[in-house]
Ligand binder design. Structure first.
Ligand code: ATP
Length: 370
């Protein structure tokens, strides 16, 4: 293994875990580049933790391999892997001081307290807890305890750090703060971090790359903006934020655009944003890309869906969220930014929905929309 950089590439190939006939993780293929902050994101039960446990060596794969910096570690015992895990439950030793908790790994390797002291000090500096070394875990807040757990893992110099819902026990404000903190620490130490979460906002805030998992498989992998802007499946479109998906069928296409007939109009999408460009499709658009206007009012060129009626209005501070019932019974969602849109619509108002062609994406209609 190359020792010149702290992080290491991790590759999973055909990684599978079956319980009886049920595949909790189903032939996963992915590479996590050295030094990246990688998030495995998905709903409860999709196989995130099982994947992490196979990387840590806590679970034996049914098939496939785990390769770290070019070395096959699939059969290596957990303690022989240069991998550490931080769990949601911090699992700190309550009777030991913070300093001794952090020194636990080196002590187990036979390093004396005195020898470990400098490294413990460096780790406590890194997680900004230098002044708390003498305290016991119970004398720290949840966020501080989580940082101790992080320092305790990092002192072992792993090449890859696994984080299994590490912020799950924290309240929302602390969670947001710790997300930025974790990101800072990862950038400072340059390790490969693999972070498991079901919170899409958390994954998008922290990670360079996000793999969206569903039923043991990866649905889509990419940078957060990429996944959000151009989901390739209905699952991703709905799991990462909100989407409007309207049924349609392709009427015409050329190298640049695809025209889709929907219930009461024609919608245009760039060909480059179309996963499907034949037959039945889902026309997708994010709620914040859509604008409301009065029926048949003039406006910028683009897609227009006529005949909506506002069914619900929620003021959410920076934006207003509208639900609009369309003539075919479907409810679509529109987010208007309050600082750019001075007009307010009320329930019962007739409206048209408009958006620029470039924001449309098209998905295969063979997939379920929910
Ligand atoms: P969560 O976010 O709820 O922790 P997860 O995505 O981490 O979910 P896993 O814990 O990896 O999901 O579980 C994946 C699937 O495998 C689940 O359906 C779970 O019930 C099943 N599973 C996990 N461990 C076992 C086991 N030991 N025996 C049988 N089924 C299991």
């Amino acid at each position: 293994m190359a020792e010149d950089e702290p992080g290491a590439d991790l590759t999973l190939a055909g990684l599978t875990k079956k319980y009886g006939d049920f595949a909790a993780v189903d032939a996963l293929d992915l590479t996590v580049p050295a030094g990246s902050f990688f998030a495995l994101l998905g709903p409860s039960g999709c196989g995130k933790t099982t994947t992490l446990r196979m990387v840590a060596g806590l679970e034996v794969p049914t098939a496939g391999t785990v390769t770290l910096a070019g070395e096959d570690i699939t059969r290596l015992k957990p303690y022989r892997r240069p991998v550490n895990t931080v769990f949601q439950s911090y699992a700190l030793f309550p009777h030991l001081s913070i300093r001794d908790n952090v020194a636990f790994g080196p002590r187990r390797k036979g390093i004396s307290k005195q020898e470990a002291a400098a490294e413990v000090g460096r780790m406590l500096d890194l997680v900004e807890l230098s002044e708390y070394g003498a305290r016991r875990p119970a004398q720290l807040s949840g966020g501080q305890q989580q940082r101790v757990a992080l320092a305790r893992a990092l002192i072992n110099s792993p090449r890859v750090l696994l984080l299994d819902e590490p912020l799950g026990a924290l309240d929302l404000k602390l969670r947001r703060q710790m997300q930025l903190e974790l990101k800072r620490i990862q950038t400072d130490v340059g390790l490969t971090f693999i972070h498991v979460t079901h919170d899409q906002e958390e994954a998008m805030t922290m990670a360079d790359t996000v793999a969206v998992m569903n039923q043991g498989r990866i649905e889509q992998l990419g940078a957060p903006e990429e996944l959000y802007d151009l989901p390739r499946t209905t699952f991703v479109a709905n799991f990462l934020g909100r989407s409007n998906l309207v049924a349609g069928s392709v009427a015409a296409k050329n190298a640049k655009t695809v025209s889709v007939q929907v219930e009461n109009g024609l919608v245009i999408a760039p060909t480059a944003r179309a996963v499907a460009s034949e037959g039945k499709v889902w026309v997708g658009v994010r709620p914040e890309k859509v604008h409301l206007r009065e029926p048949n009012e003039d406006g910028p060129a683009g897609n227009v869906l006529h005949g909506g009626v506002v069914s619900d209005v929620s003021f959410v501070g920076v934006s207003t969220e509208y639900l609009v019932r369309m003539p075919w019974g479907q409810e679509l969602t529109v987010f208007e930014q309050n600082h750019t849109s001075s007009r307010r619509f009320r329930p019962g108002d007739p409206v048209d929905l408009t958006w620029a062609d470039e924001h449309t994406f098209l998905l295969d209609a063979a997939q379920d929309a929910t």
